[in-house]
Design a protein around this ligand. Structure first.
Ligand code: ZN
Length: 100
């Protein structure tokens, strides 16, 4: 699935996740915009708790999407700030990023 962000019809502010009212202008009407790419702003590794398979780490990153909003995405491999990634949504509705 593709990742969609929400753009205010009145002022063009883009948001993710959606909110009821636009924080910039108070508008309440949104257009969905598909976002396919972004740039890693900050990368983090989350180590699983004790009891989970050893060596399994979750890589997370804040990704500045090309549409504007920053999203937290999961990655299969480590990335670093500045890396370009492709964004999508998995069946569990998590945001996944893949290094391009
Ligand atoms: Zn607005």
């Amino acid at each position: 699935m593709t990742l969609k962000v929400f753009q205010c019809r009145q002022c063009g502010t883009t948001l993710f996740p959606a909110r009821y009212f636009c924080p910039a202008c108070g508008g309440g009407e949104w257009d969905e915009r598909v976002v396919e790419h972004g740039t890693v702003a900050e990368a983090t590794i989350v180590h699983h708790r004790v009891g989970v398979q050893e060596g399994s780490e979750v890589h997370l990153a804040s990704v500045a999407t090309d549409a504007g909003p920053i999203v937290i995405a999961r990655l299969e491999r480590a990335t670093q700030a500045g890396d370009r990634v492709r964004l999508e949504i998995d069946e569990a509705r998590r945001i996944l990023a893949q290094r391009i």
